[in-house]
Design a protein around this ligand. Structure first.
Ligand code: COA
Length: 719
């Protein structure tokens, strides 16, 4: 709703109230319409201030209303009425003015912001465009290039930047409403014509066509198939080339296409899923709202390779004091230099002072004795980690939380090496750990709810999207990746090339196809794991037995490449050829093509033409099928957890909502039918056998994704 009062004798004060972010729900819109009307018809009121309660101006349209039957007054005429008012209206912006909130402020005649406020039009990240006049008013106010930047990226700007761009008229460090009321009193006699943004023309750019062609090319390159950024450019073009009323028509038309699109649904699902994963639960019944995290004042990181360095930086940037341990003096000094450099660059980017003093470096494990939480990031080797956990258990003060940054190893096994297995959890970071947003928090069978709550809260403080998952080989992300990767190798055996597979996946929206990604992260990583698992050994890849391991189809192609020293980008060759070791520019490699031909000939495989649909279905449906198994096993609590892991950690295109959401969009029946088809064609690939939960969901009439948990619960209760 909106509350109304008259202050300082002649200022009508309208205050939006809809916690937590004053979203513009039907009730709030009605409240604004009514209170504006009241202020304008009161002869004692000479000017008006609109503000938001609880330190937030407005977080925009109420996203929960999308997809429902909209009621209440629409935004566009409401904002028009404010702009057309014959009394000055001032927006007092505290906290946030986002989306419809900023559009409302743009309809006001003046804008005063608090110095800590953030402003933006983030609709593009929800698959939409700012359709309450945002695409028409902002370019008229700040010019086309700046408006294109804000509207196509959805980025938030600080009050200082907003002032520089001309979005706001004044910034204050004091009480924003007081400043706005004072301002409103000072402008009550001013003429408003020039202040009505829709009356103005866009400042004309020098070469309009070149500007928009360039912008369109840029968004197409970065959007990976998302349509909203393209529509945003089209709408801003209308602002630059059409009168306001026609521009508004164009904005409405473009929004109508986006509003009901699958991409908008996917992106809005992601918005809520990202928040839902914070409300975690464990199979024991422990939950986020009943488990209290421990306070962490001092953290320690052991092992300062790439991961350890990134984790140290991420921890220090939250303001924690960190002890960084590496047993070899030389490596410790190298790490110190690297961490300091990362902290300095990060601070420069964020315009703050570097926090070098928060990190101390030590060669001795004893230095972690008084830490509240230790994260080990030593080499991925069970024997090494086991020994370290035994030592930590002896060295650390009672109650210290012991975390392992493993990407696949058994948490229970590590916990069993300690005196207090309830204090052990996995914290699986993704490289580079100070940049990547995803954190898998892995609970073992003994992990206490408090330990999980502490790791989840620490992840949040580090700016990560943390997802609590159960303990199994590869947890959620890497467990699903395995069949996906194996399947890509099978496709090569059957006749595809790395270029074809990558092209299909990149057209789907992945920033990088599976083979390009594998070259980037290094083929040797997977090779080492396969050797540890007894799947790969030199010489094993020869002979007829090469393609069957542990009783099922296996492709030794990646092992053969590793045996030749082709580890990917770092060696200048892998699935592709690179200009030099470490080089980034990839080319198809004729050597690899003849190698594939020889390999197929040696194993009696006949290459066939594989179309795009088969590549996509076989890669994605195996991944999705494993996702259903993970839900069935209770390793992830719900499909949102899996989807957020894939969107934030594995480059799954956000506008496709994550693998489980995508399965729902394709239709569960269709996914089941295609898996059955491929399993029949490849009976030696067990991953293709449709999972029981998928069958159950289809048998239950393929409910929408938010109702899957009911079916999952039934499956669990029958186990
Ligand atoms: N409509 C409806 N609900 C909204 C909302 C909106 N525009 N913006 C936020 N919320 C809800 C969130 O879903 C969350 O609900 P929950 O507590 O039930 O999970 C709650 O408000 C708090 O949001 P959260 O994101 O957890 O808080 P935050 O302080 O980290 O971030 C925002 C606040 C406003 C920056 C962030 O929520 C955001 O980006 N919102 C979307 C803004 C937007 O895109 N507006 C344009 C809509 S077209």
């Amino acid at each position: 709703m909106a509350q109304y009062s008259r202050v300082s004798g002649s200022v009508g004060l309208i205050s939006l109230k809809n916690p937590p972010v004053n979203a513009l729900s039907a009730v709030v819109r009605q409240g604004i319409v009514d209170t504006v009307q009241r202020a304008l018809s009161d002869p004692k009121v000479k000017s008006v201030v609109i503000c938001g309660q609880n330190g937030i101006f407005c977080g925009g349209a109420d996203i929960k209303e999308f997809g429902t039957t909209m009621s209440g007054p629409p935004l566009v005429p409401m904002i028009h009425a404010i702009e057309a008012a014959d009394k000055p209206v001032v927006a007092a912006i505290e906290g946030l003015a986002l989306g419809g909130g900023l559009e409302l402020a743009l309809g006001c005649h003046y804008r005063i912001a608090h110095s800590k406020a953030r402003l933006g039009l983030p609709e593009v990240s929800l698959g939409l465009l700012p359709a309450a006049g945002g695409t028409q008013r902002l370019p008229r106010l700040i010019g086309v290039p700046a408006a294109l930047d804000l509207i196509t990226t959805g980025r938030h700007v600080t009050a200082a930047e907003a002032l520089k761009l001309g979005i706001v008229d004044q910034v204050t460090d004091h009480n924003t409403v007081d400043a706005a009321v004072k301002f409103a009193l000072s402008v009550k006699e001013h003429s408003l014509n020039a202040r009505r943004i829709s009356n103005n023309l866009c400042p004309p750019p020098s070469d309009l066509d070149a500007l928009f062609d360039g912008a369109m090319q840029r968004v197409r390159q970065t959007a990976h198939g998302a349509v909203a950024p393209v529509a945003c450019v089209q709408a801003v073009r209308a602002a630059a080339t059409m009168p306001y009323t026609q521009g508004m028509e164009r904005e409405k038309e473009l929004m109508a296409t986006l509003f009901t699109s699958g991409q908008a649904r996917a992106l809005q699902y992601c918005f809520f899923a990202q928040r839902a994963v914070g409300r975690w639960s464990m199979p024991s019944g422990a939950r986020w709202d009943t488990s209290k995290p421990r306070p962490i004042h001092k953290a320690a990181v052991i092992g300062l390779g790439t991961m350890g360095r990134g984790i140290t930086v991420a921890l220090a940037q939250t303001g924690l004091s960190v002890v960084a341990v590496e047993t070899q003096e030389k490596q410790l000094m190298e790490a110190k230099q690297a961490v300091s450099g990362m902290l300095e660059r990060g601070a420069k980017r964020r315009g703050v002072a570097p926090v070098l003093d928060l990190v101390s470096y030590n060669c001795n494990l004893q230095a972690v004795a008084d830490a509240d939480l230790v994260i080990e990031a030593v080499f991925e080797d069970m024997a090494l980690k086991k020994k370290l956990f035994q030592q930590l258990s002896a060295v650390c003060k009672p109650g210290t939380l012991l975390c392992t940054n493993t990407s696949a190893l058994d948490i229970d096994h590590l916990a069993s090496q300690t005196r207090n297995p309830e204090l052990v959890v996995g914290m699986h970071f993704f490289a580079p750990a100070h940049v990547m947003k995803l954190l898998e928090v892995v609970y073992g069978s003994c992990s206490s709810p408090q330990a999980v709550a502490t790791a989840m809260q620490l992840g949040k403080k580090m700016g990560k999207v943390s997802v609590a998952v159960g303990n199994c080989r590869g947890f959620v992300g890497n467990r699903m990746l395995k069949p996906y990767m194996e399947h890509a190798f099978f496709l090569l055996e059957d006749g595809a090339t790395p270029e074809l597979v990558d092209q299909v996946l990149e057209e789907f929206g992945f920033a990088m196809g599976m083979f390009r990604m594998s070259d980037l992260s290094g083929l040797d990583v997977g090779w080492r794991i396969r050797k540890e698992d007894g799947l790969a050994q030199p010489g094993m890849a020869l002979g007829q037995a090469a393609r069957v391991r542990q009783g099922r189809r296996y492709s030794p192609l990646a092992d053969l490449l590793c045996e030749q020293g082709r580890f990917g980008q770092k060696t200048g060759m892998g699935w592709y050829q690179y200009d030099k070791p470490g080089g980034r520019a990839s080319r198809p490699d004729p050597w690899l093509h003849s190698f594939l031909e020889e390999y197929r000939a040696r194993h009696g495989l006949v290459a066939r033409r594989i179309d795009h649909q088969e590549v996509l279905e076989r890669c994605l449906y195996t991944l999705i099928n494993e996702g259903f198994r993970i839900l069935e096993d209770g390793i992830a609590a719900g499909p949102e957890d899996i989807d957020i892991i894939y969107v934030f950690g594995y480059g799954w295109p956000r506008h496709r909502g994550g693998p489980m959401f995508y399965a729902g969009m394709v239709g569960l029946e269709r996914v089941l039918e295609r898996l059955e088809h491929y399993h029949q064609a490849h009976p030696d690939v067990p991953y293709l056998q449709p999972c029981n939960l998928l069958r159950r969901l289809v048998a239950s009439g393929s409910p929408p994704i938010h109702r899957w948990r009911e079916v999952i619960k039934k499956v669990h209760s029958q186990l």
